[in-house]
Design a protein. Structure first.
Length: 73
């Protein structure tokens, strides 16, 4: 039994250096300074908001959200 937990990766937000976030997302956008970096939820959303609509469209989950938006009747 080992008490030492293996450290696989340093899960740290590239923007705010938050290490306590358990979930980091891989952000990719050619026009963002945060291209190809791990961002926490908050920074990811901030970086995402700065993208143009065209760039946002490249993100599958964004498209899905728009499509699944309930249609007003
Ligand atoms: Zn962050």
């Amino acid at each position: 039994m080992s008490l030492i937990k293996p450290k696989l990766l340093t899960f740290m937000c590239a923007k705010c250096f938050n290490e306590k976030m358990d979930k980091l997302a891989w952000f990719v956008s050619k026009n963002s300074i945060w291209n190809e970096s791990f961002l926490c939820r908050l920074c990811f959303h901030k970086a995402f908001k700065q993208l143009t609509n065209n760039e946002k469209g490249e993100w599958a989950f964004y498209d899905n959200r728009r499509i699944s938006k309930p249609v007003r009747q």
